[in-house]
Design a protein around this ligand. Structure first.
Ligand code: SF4
Length: 102
């Protein structure tokens, strides 16, 4: 167990940051493979379906505290696919989704 306030060694820091980089790459590759973020018609049906059924989003819903869940939550701050999906929703549904992921 790690003592509180103990500084990380260089090896520990590199190991932890490596895990973060791998997780970020996993989310980014999911985003690149998703139909929501790269389809080019982020407001179209493809983007709607992609973000509504997004596995990363489901992962966040299942466990918001997980690393991949937190990365997904972070990515919606700037992802054009997600923004297109949100803007394509009817007003009441948009409010509900925005409230849920606020
Ligand atoms: S939320 Fe949408 S844009 Fe983001 S990864 Fe999932 S499908 Fe792609």
């Amino acid at each position: 167990m790690k003592e509180k306030g103990k500084k990380l060694t260089r090896a520990e820091y590199l190991r932890l940051s490596g895990a973060g980089i791998i997780a970020a790459m996993a989310v980014l590759s999911l985003g690149m493979g998703c139909s929501g973020g790269t389809s080019g018609d982020s407001g179209g049906d493809t983007g709607k379906k992609g973000c509504a059924d997004c596995p990363a989003r489901k992962n966040y819903d299942k466990d918001p505290a997980s690393l991949t869940g937190r990365l997904w939550k972070w990515h919606i701050r700037f992802c054009p696919g997600w923004k297109g999906y949100i803007s394509s929703l009817p007003e009441d549904e948009r409010r509900a989704v925005l409230e849920k992921y606020k």
